[in-house]
Design a protein around this ligand. Structure first.
Ligand code: ADP
Length: 173
């Protein structure tokens, strides 16, 4: 029989995070279509706690900075111009395994591949081209932290977690 003291149980609960944060962005191609934007919003509501939501538009410099890791690649200029071509919607989302869950909902980067291998994903359903592929999502804990600060500099993730995670465990969120 496995016996765990109350202290050990509480310590274990503190280590295993019930909630994870991720950054999700609805890109200009999807925001331009109100029905697609609404469909994406509904799917997000069904799957996540929406922590913050913001509609915004980038200048070219912000687009270049956010995608600096792709500088020099053949699609970089196209990507930078596209991401500053119209309004976007950014979300901070929370749930267990938020990063992989949202990436799974988005589907593969390349729309042609998404259409054929994962037609039920957001990119499979609504993506137009490899660049205009509806959504962005952080791909690691580190990038989620960095990208959340990029879009929501005023948001304090540690503070939010400390306050909300115990409430979530108790079913209050
Ligand atoms: P993801 O958005 O799936 O994390 P990446 O980080 O590799 O993918 O790329 C960032 C964005 O750059 C993609 O979402 C897409 O808009 C664009 N992109 C990536 N690869 C290509 C490509 N081969 N052709 C055109 N655009 C691309």
């Amino acid at each position: 029989m496995l016996l765990v003291t109350l202290e050990e149980g509480i310590a274990g609960m503190r280590c295993v995070k019930a909630l994870q944060l991720t950054l999700a962005v609805v890109k200009p191609d999807a925001v331009a279509h109100p029905l697609i934007l609404e469909a994406l919003h509904q799917k997000i509501l069904e799957n996540f706690i929406i922590v913050r939501k913001k509609d915004l538009m980038w200048r070219t410099e912000e687009s270049e900075k956010f995608y600096a890791e792709h500088a020099g690649r053949f699609f970089y200029q196209r990507l930078v111009e596209f991401m500053s071509s119209g309004p976007m919607r950014a979300y901070i989302l929370a749930r267990k395994d938020a990063i992989t869950h949202w990436r799974g909902m988005m589907g593969p980067t390349k729309v042609f591949r998404a259409r054929f291998t994962s037609p039920d994903t957001l990119r499979g359903q609504y993506g137009l081209t490899d660049t205009r592929n509806t959504t962005h999502g952080s791909d690691s804990i580190e990038s989620a932290k960095r990208e959340i600060s990029f879009f929501f500099p005023e948001f304090n993730a540690d503070e939010w977690m400390l306050r909300e995670e115990p409430r979530f465990r108790l079913g209050l969120t």
